[in-house]
Design a protein around this ligand. Structure first.
Ligand code: CO
Ligand code: CO
Length: 352
């Protein structure tokens, strides 16, 4: 027991983690109303639904800029801080970048929770930042009705080595580096229905940095990379295939899934964000006749701090997969391939 075992942060959150994200398609029409980007040094902006912006400083050096924050996805304040930090850092890794420093973004209900809870959130985040080899150098705190936490992260990348959503090519293999099903498990835990105690494993997955995976991927070279968060595996793959003007195929039997997620989704548990993803994906995804609704929901499940999804040349895919396993990214699997250019953004799901 610690002083924080009584705290149930998720009970204060109306929507948890990346499931609190607006559904795909919500922001895009609004971005269209804003002035077009004019600075030629913006190498990656908001046009391709990428993970982070990239700003060129010189021919050798570019900044990676990103922010991510959300309401509690887990009950313990320390875990919440660690997960939120790992999630925010992930967008730098997903661009092929190396984080430099970060700032805390905090909303805290000071009349509902003692300040020590915020201290634990910040301590969890600081530990993750340390693991990433960076310091958290400042931040900003406001009063809110629910706790909100995340980071703004700055990193660097070589301007020629930026990994975006947009480079996937027909024939590429797709590798996913973490298991999915996190949204389903955290929703079960929040509702007191985590009978299998799967939340511990889910927290371990969420608080694992994508650092090791990113090091292997940047060293070996990939055509396109994104991290799998609120839009789910299929939603982020849809963004990748649309930006790359290609279509793709997912092999369900190869997709790593946290085992308890199957039990819970079949018992009717899935976050609202997952259902929203599934509805949005109806226009983009063709499921084989033997893929049932629950399997479709798992593939669309809103993740928090999920793994990297990589499109890599077919002749390098096996080598990358073994290098990932050797680097400790043991859950990594080859989950599908990029097919052709005739239906940009389209995905076929088969059992595989
Ligand atoms: Co991302
Ligand atoms: Co993000």
């Amino acid at each position: 027991m610690t002083a924080f075992d009584e705290i149930k942060l998720t009970q204060m959150a109306k929507r948890a983690g990346c499931a609190a994200k607006h559904p795909p398609g919500y922001l895009l029409p609004l971005l269209g109303l804003l002035p077009a980007l004019t600075d030629p040094n913006v190498l990656v902006g908001s046009a391709t639904a990428d993970d982070a912006a990239v700003y060129k400083l010189s021919d050798e050096l570019a900044l990676v800029l990103t922010t991510d924050f959300f309401t509690p996805i887990v009950d313990h304040p320390y875990d919440f801080g660690a997960v939120a930090a790992a999630n925010a850092l992930s967008d730098v890794y997903a661009m092929g970048g190396r984080p430099l420093a970060a700032l805390n973004l905090v909303g805290f209900p000071e009349d509902l929770l003692p300040p020590a809870v915020l201290g634990e959130i910040l301590r969890g985040a600081a530990a993750k930042a340390q693991e990433a080899g960076i310091d958290i150098v400042g931040g900003h705190t406001i009063k809110t009705d629910e706790p909100i936490f995340g980071l703004a992260v700055v990193g660097t990348v070589h301007p020629q080595k930026v990994l975006t959503n947009a480079g996937a090519q027909p024939g590429d293999r797709l590798i996913l580096t973490k298991p999915i099903g996190i949204g389903i498990i955290t929703t079960a835990a929040k509702g007191g229905e985590d009978k299998l105690g799967a939340i511990r494993e889910a927290i371990a997955v969420m608080s694992t940095l994508n650092r090791q995976a990113a090091e292997v991927i940047t060293e070996m070279g990939a055509h396109a990379v994104t991290d799998v968060t609120g839009f789910g595996l299929l939603g982020h793959l849809r963004n990748m295939t649309a930006a790359s003007q290609v279509s793709a195929e997912i092999w369900l039997a190869r997709v790593p899934v946290l085992a308890a997620a199957w039990d819970y989704v079949r018992a009717g548990v899935a976050p609202g964000g997952t259902h929203a993803n599934w509805r949005f994906l109806a226009d983009w995804v063709t499921y084989a006749a033997d893929i049932d609704k629950e399997e479709q929901l798992v593939l669309a499940d809103a993740q928090t701090s999920g793994g990297l999804l990589v499109a890599v040349a077919a002749d390098q895919a096996d080598a990358m997969l073994s290098a990932l396993h050797q680097a400790g990214v043991t859950a990594a699997q080859m989950v599908g391939r990029i097919t052709n250019t005739s239906e940009p953004g389209h995905i076929n799901v088969s059992r595989g």
